[in-house]
Design a protein around this ligand. Structure first.
Ligand SMILES: [Zn+2]
Ligand SMILES: [Zn+2]
Length: 150
């Protein structure tokens, strides 16, 4: 078996990903493969995440199963938009969303406990970027908390 064939067969095997919320009330698993991974900088995603952008992976074929705490998952659809999300009612963490109108699942990358082996496909809505989200490579980086200089 040459390496190319081996690689193809490996790609056909459905992967399993595990995830959970911050407080641990909700646990889920995703079986299948992700199609795309987008960093969305739109104003809705800024409000939704409280940050510069959302980081979501998408799949049309993967299966989402709630392993624990399904009753703690609250979906929210912003009226008159395609913007939707799900979150834990105990801790507010972002969770996977499977809207009935959409035939794909959206999984916040940060909600996964498994290592995600794909890289972001693209930045979206960069025209709506927050004013402070520029030249971020130029500011100091700390391994953990900032070093105290007193
Ligand atoms: Zn929670
Ligand atoms: Zn967005």
């Amino acid at each position: 078996m040459n390496r190319y064939v081996y690689q193809q067969e490996e790609d056909l095997v459905d992967k399993k990903y595990f995830g959970s919320c911050l407080c641990g009330s909700v646990q889920f698993e995703i079986e299948g493969n992700f199609d795309s991974f987008y960093l969305c900088h739109c104003k809705h995603c800024q409000k939704d995440t409280g940050s510069a952008h959302a980081a979501n992976v998408f799949s049309e074929s993967a299966i989402l199963t709630w392993r624990k705490g399904k009753e703690c998952v609250k979906p929210y659809n912003l009226p008159n938009t395609l913007h939707s999300k799900s979150f834990c009612i105990d801790c507010g963490s972002a969770l996977p969303n499977q809207s009935e109108d959409l035939d794909f699942i959206v999984v916040p990358a940060g909600s996964l406990d498994s290592i995600l082996n794909i890289r972001p496909s693209a930045h979206l809505f960069v025209s709506s970027k927050a004013s402070w989200e520029q030249d971020l490579d130029c500011i100091p980086n700390f391994e953990k908390l900032p070093v105290q200089n007193d």
